[in-house]
Design a binder for this molecule. Structure first.
Ligand code: SAH
Length: 274
């Protein structure tokens, strides 16, 4: 645990979900309360804390947040800004367009986030969402879910001072090969992909074992009622009730789709087999 209290009085981080309503716990919430104690936690450093929990507050991730199966804390970067105007950025050294988030603003924010978290980056990764990062994938989400939490740094403008990334051992993760205006949407995507893998968040645990990427394949097509729509029928085999044949059909479809759409995934899979 990091026991160094940041020197400047940090702005109070804002909690979402169960942790923010602990004062009003009723006895029937005891079970949920127990889960909160060891719950997986996310700390998000951002200039836009009001963007959170956003979509993460809805549906399964939102219900899990309310139940205390995970906890979300936002840390407002503006609060660490310098001077009367709370400046967080300045012009790039060496010239060029845009603004860069300052190391002496990001540093105290990261120190505040580190308070009470394991120093071991394996147990608690510190991540900067960045187009230069390793592309987010299912294996990464599994690794993050296996730890006790994450700290996410959302960039804005041209990005952050490089020295901060070096000094704090920050891992860079990208949402994909495109440029967003800020790290918040990428942070939400990372959290959604991770939180749904935490125990008890999805009603049906088996569904994460069969879905796309879990075995290096894309998912087979899915159908539901009505049996016929716009002249299109559901494939006969799915209505046959023959579980063996259905599994075989789904496997063949998964393989064909992966091969056609993602030759890179298919090649990796073939390589693993040899
Ligand atoms: N000048 C930078 C882009 C800055 S975009 C460059 O060319 O690499 C502003 C912020 O948006 C970044 O600091 C980062 O936090 C976020 N961002 C942009 N694209 C992203 C992506 N593909 N994945 C994750 N975060 C991204």
């Amino acid at each position: 645990m990091s026991d160094e209290i940041p020197k400047s009085a940090p702005p109070k981080p804002k909690s979402h979900g169960r942790l923010s309503v602990q004062a009003s716990l009723t006895p029937r919430d005891l079970m949920a309360d127990l889960r909160v104690a060891g719950a997986w936690r996310a700390k998000v450093i951002t200039l836009f804390p009001e963007a959170f929990p956003g979509v993460l507050g809805l549906s399964l991730t939102g219900k899990a947040l309310d139940l205390g199966l995970w906890a979300l804390e936002t840390i407002d970067l503006r609060g660490f800004g310098l001077g009367r105007h709370k400046n967080v950025d300045d012009t790039p050294a060496g010239g060029g367009a845009g603004m860069v988030l300052r190391a002496d603003v990001l540093g105290p924010a990261l120190e505040t986030a580190a308070y009470g978290t394991p120093q071991d980056r394996g147990a608690w990764p510190v991540i900067y969402l960045s187009p230069r990062g390793k592309p987010l994938d299912q294996a990464m989400a599994r690794r993050f879910a296996a730890g006790s939490g994450v700290t996410l740094l959302c960039g804005r403008f041209e990005g952050v001072d490089e020295r901060v990334l070096e000094h704090y051992g920050v891992e860079e993760v990208s949402l994909g090969d495109f440029v967003l205006t800020g790290g918040e949407i990428a942070a939400m995507a990372l959290l959604d992909a991770t939180v749904r893998l935490l125990p008890n968040v999805l009603g049906n645990q088996a569904s994460t074992e069969e879905e796309s990427f879990s075995v290096g394949l894309l998912e087979h097509p899915q159908y539901t009622k009505p049996a016929e729509w716009m002249g299109r029928a559901i494939p006969d085999v799915l209505q046959s009730g023959h579980h063996g044949k259905i599994a075989e059909w789904r496997q063949a479809q998964s393989e064909a789709i992966t091969r056609a759409r993602r030759p890179d995934l298919w090649a990796q899979r073939e390589k693993r087999k040899t």
